[in-house]
Design a binder for this molecule. Sequence first.
Ligand code: PAF
Length: 273
Amino acid sequence: MKIISNVNELKNYLKIQMKTIGFVPTMGALHDGHLSLIKQAKKECELIVVSIFVNPTQFLAGEDLEKYPSRDEADKKICKLAGVDVVFLPKKSDIYGSDEVSLKAPNIRGFVLEGATRPGHFDGVLTVVNKLFNIVNPNYAYFGKKDAQQLNLITLMVKQLFLDVKIVPIDTVRESDGLALSSRNIYMSKEQRVEALKISRSLYEASKMIQKKIYKTEKIKEVMSEILVPLKVGYIEILNRDFETIETIEIGNTIVLVEALIGNTRLLDNIWL
Ligand code: PAF
């Protein structure tokens, strides 16, 4: 496995490989969720690149940039065991200059839900993902469905900027008790982790209601918010795959999303129905 920090070195190396490239962009602190992206990439591609870069432009002032978990050595081992071919591990100065061209998230889709709580967050995500795509030039790029809005905006960016990469959405990986895996889960105490289970429980309940053919989204949201008490809920939303609000569940075209604060840890989760 090669570990490369320099942009030109990576570009030159990849240019001569003549292989189908599968790309998994990450901010490190790798867990089984990332591994499931890598596994799928390995099924579909001949050469796997994983980037590890805690992207400063997607953190707002006062967020957890400084304390975001960094475990480069452990991450490299995980990548090696998973059969990754190249780990791209740039420094901030490899990716950003001092006077930057940047992308702006779309005015509507980019500024609801996460974008409303964290205005500017998706500008940073899109800017860095676009840069990484330009460096790696992958055939396929893998993203988790857990960050549904991120996935939606990256898919839109690829379409609108005519980028030549296929975005592959991958199902959320959960602990056996239902908690969705996230690099931020380590911030929670044992008690907070138990509280956090209300999030996945509310989503399972939504799914059960839909199985019982209860399709009115207001009713489902009401039951979910009862389950989520006393958490500080940022939003409970039921949207179609274009991220538009719907009043009635459309099977095969619905995402139920929750964001809640557990202590100082903001958790996201969702189910696709
Ligand atoms: O989902 C993440 O880990 C990040 O937002 C990403 C896509 C690697 C961009 O920094």
